[in-house]
Design a protein around this ligand. Structure first.
Ligand SMILES: *Cc1c(COP(=O)(O)O)cnc(C)c1O
Length: 397
């Protein structure tokens, strides 16, 4: 095990600080390390593994497609792209799909589209468009996206930054109202802030954001890359608010934990501003990714994973709630997704995740003493309880 870690340390850039665990196999909610120790995966690659490791239907879709064709130039059509986009639009109730690969690329694409739409349709003078975003956001790691991050470690020494962003406090309607002007092209928000520690906004925040955007003729863009695709108990986390966005960014679970696959989905008059040559990606919408994505959409259309998230999430939150005052200061979240704050003076998030790994449960701190829990949605209630028991033992004081 130490030899693998030593190779990582020597040859791989140090932009992550992983737990000292070296995984070699995964099956459902379980992973196995190179020494044969088994662990419950309570992080699910930040929701990219909503369906667990190697879900049979997803592996089958990938294997079948591997036997046909994996990549075409986008200079040609192929028989997976159209069906994937049609099926994704139907499931999400949207009109058009722009497929990309990583989540950050989907967000970048949404920002570009929003700006172009603002100049061509809304009539904002060229170069003047503003996009309003929230503090403590996480939208990815590109130069433009870190330009409006409020996390110093994500930004420091990566400037000069892309202008045109206005940052307001998340969940604060008055701050949003003050920030929106006639130059606002779009408001970009996470329906639940995952990386920030699974922060659920106050009731009515999104309804009000929707109203303010409509009033100003601005787009509402929901970044559902982590919160969407059944994680919170509904297809999209914004569904809890009974609000529709103009554009949604999707990623992570869209690729079934097998391939990177992201997309911007939304209004035809907005995504329609893109003309040939104005945007693209060599691997975006490739046959292998689309075939896996289509199998993901089949799993999501049954509603089974949404129901599991709701039922198992209620159980998770009930049990974590019992630990408040007994090792936990606060528990937040929605569905099978939780941010837990360890009582100050207790273990740090890092110490707690190391202690949990020793007990056979893998998760990771987000910041300081906050842990994020996102077990795969296919986990059994018994396995979920095993993981919660370990958490209770580690944090209880
Ligand atoms: C993970 C994430 C991203 C970035 O996705 P990558 O695939 O890592 O580029 C963007 N937005 C949200 C809300 C995320 O959770």
């Amino acid at each position: 095990m130490t030899s693998f870690i030593a190779l990582d340390e020597q040859w791989s850039t140090h932009n992550y600080h992983p737990l000292p665990v070296v995984l070699t196999e995964g099956d459902g909610a379980w992973v196995t390390d190179v020494e044969g120790r088994r662990y419950l995966d309570f992080l699910s690659a930040y929701s990219a593994l909503n369906f667990g490791h190697r879900h049979p239907a997803l592996v089958e879709a990938a294997t079948t497609q591997l036997g046909r064709i994996t990549l075409t130039s986008r200079a040609f059509h192929h028989d997976q792209l159209g069906p994937f986009c049609a099926e994704l639009a139907a499931l999400t109730g949207t009109e058009m799909v722009l497929p990309m690969n990583s989540g950050a690329e989907a967000v970048e694409s949404a920002l570009k589209v929003a700006r172009k739409w603002a100049y061509e349709a809304k009539g904002i003078p060229d170069g003047q468009a503003e996009i309003v975003v929230a503090g403590s956001n996480f939208h990815g790691r590109t130069t433009t996206i870190v330009s409006f991050s409020t996390d110093e470690s994500a930004r420091a020494h990566f400037g000069p930054f892309t202008p045109g962003f206005v940052v307001v406090k998340y969940g604060d309607v008055a701050a949003l109202r003050d920030a929106i002007t006639e130059r606002t092209a779009a408001v970009l928000l996470e329906p639940v802030q995952g990386e920030a520690g699974v922060i659920v906004p106050p009731d009515g925040y999104f309804a009000e954001a929707r109203r303010l955007c409509d009033e100003a003729g601005a787009l509402l863009i929901a970044d559902e890359i982590q919160s969407g695709l059944a994680r919170t108990g509904t297809l999209l986390a914004l569904d809890h608010e009974h609000v529709r966005a103009d554009l949604y960014t999707l990623g992570k679970a869209l690729g079934g934990g097998i391939v990177p696959l992201s997309a911007v989905v939304g209004r035809r008059d907005v995504l329609g501003v893109l003309r040939p040559g104005e945007h693209g990606s060599t691997f975006g919408g490739n046959p292998l990714a689309c075939a896996v994505g289509r199998a993901v959409l089949v799993l999501l259309s049954s509603g089974e994973y949404q129901q599991r998230s709701t039922a198992l999430g209620a159980h998770l939150h009930a049990r974590l709630g019992e630990l408040i005052g007994h090792g936990l200061a606060e528990v937040r979240g929605r569905g099978l997704w939780a941010g837990i704050d360890i009582t100050p003076g207790g273990l740090s998030g890092r110490q707690a995740s190391e202690a949990l790994a020793e007990k056979g449960v893998l998760c990771k701190e987000t910041h300081g003493n906050t842990l994020r829990l996102a077990p795969p949605l296919m986990i059994s209630e018994e396995d979920l309880d095993t993981g919660i028991d370990a958490i209770a033992k580690v944090v209880r004081r």
